[in-house]
Design a protein around this ligand. Structure first.
Ligand SMILES: [Fe+2]
Ligand SMILES: [Fe+2]
Length: 321
């Protein structure tokens, strides 16, 4: 069987780690090119040299990469409590979270649901204790159009918003889980439609609009043990306050406030993200677009809270507009 290789963010490489005694590859087009043979020491200097020449991710055997990421997760508590630099901690929590999101998308088993719940609990503990970590993560988010990158970013944004609103622990947990699982239904969508480098035709658009219902069905049948609100966030995150959303065309208060929170974060992330058919917007432009062109679709107070949570540089600028 052909070996499968998966990427690992270079920021997550720990020098001379025994689990990284693996051949490393670079992806060039469709090919994998050997970067380092496993017996060549993985020194800090070597890692830095790769960073200097612009290497963002290295590829290694899928099995070894997943075992390493799981190990990082198990060590997360210790690392986050250590005196490592905040930037390093932010990269670790973001990388581990992306791994969890990827697992959800790839294989929605009971074990993965448990992993997601454990991770959210663990993650919230640290984000509550170290709010600067959350802002560091948000400032350094990558904006790929991959489903797991999007869901991961929405997870940090929605968690940040929930913490900012001073919601209770169990409520924040629900919002965080809802954000992680909100686009699960996209796993049933034809990948050609998801990756299409252009505007969608009416048929493709109808298919895309089905993903909230698919998400609800998947969560109900395969991810038992998640709170009911998580299912609602998956189902309602494209509904709009003015009744123009999908799939149910709900109005105002019919939409659960958590779904509205995920929706605001989702739109913001999608606008900031690189998409095959358009340029990414810088965060302020995304917020301005949301305020001037879409405000009737959102709960105003929640939108205001979201902007305030992102920071005064956005809030003050928007107020002046
Ligand atoms: Fe969605
Ligand atoms: Fe989304």
């Amino acid at each position: 069987m052909k070996e499968r290789f998966l990427p690992l963010n270079i920021a997550l490489l720990l020098p001379d780690h025994p689990l990284l005694e693996e051949d490393f590859y670079l992806k060039v087009g469709d090919r994998f090119v050997l970067l380092r043979k496993k017996d060549i020491p993985l020194t800090p200097e070597r890692i830095n040299r790769w960073k200097e020449v612009g290497v963002k991710s290295i590829y290694l055997r899928a099995e070894a990469r997943n075992a390493y990421l799981l190990h990082l997760y198990n060590q997360m508590e210790e690392t986050l409590r250590s005196n490592a630099q905040q930037e390093e901690k932010a990269k670790l929590i973001y990388g581990v979270s992306e791994f969890v999101t990827e697992r959800i998308i790839e294989d929605l088993s009971e074990e993965v649901v448990r992993l997601a719940k454990d991770f959210v609990g663990e993650c919230l503990k640290h984000l509550r204790e170290q709010p600067d970590l959350l802002h560091l993560v948000i400032r350094n988010m990558s904006h790929d159009f991959l489903n797991q990158v999007h869901s991961n970013n929405v997870f940090f944004l929605a968690t940040g918003l929930a913490l900012f609103l001073g919601m209770e622990k169990s409520e924040v947990e629900k919002v965080s889980l809802g954000a992680l699982f909100h686009d699960l239904g996209k796993t049933k969508l034809d990948p050609q439609i998801l990756k299409k480098p252009g505007r969608l035709d009416p048929y493709e658009w109808t298919e895309v609009k089905r993903h909230p219902l698919w998400g609800k069905e998947l969560l109900k049948s395969q991810a038992k043990g998640l709170p009911e609100e998580v299912v609602r966030m998956a189902l309602e995150h494209h509904e709009s306050k003015d009744g123009t959303g999908y799939p149910l065309r709900l109005f105002g208060e019919e939409i659960h406030p958590y779904s509205m929170m995920v929706k605001i974060c989702d739109v913001f992330e999608a606008l900031c993200g690189i998409r095959p058919y358009r340029e990414a917007l810088p965060p302020f432009k995304a917020l301005l677009f949301m305020k001037e062109g879409m405000i009737h679709k959102f709960d105003r107070e929640l939108f205001k809270a979201f902007v305030t949570f992102l920071g005064p540089e956005y809030y003050n600028k928007l107020l002046k507009k």
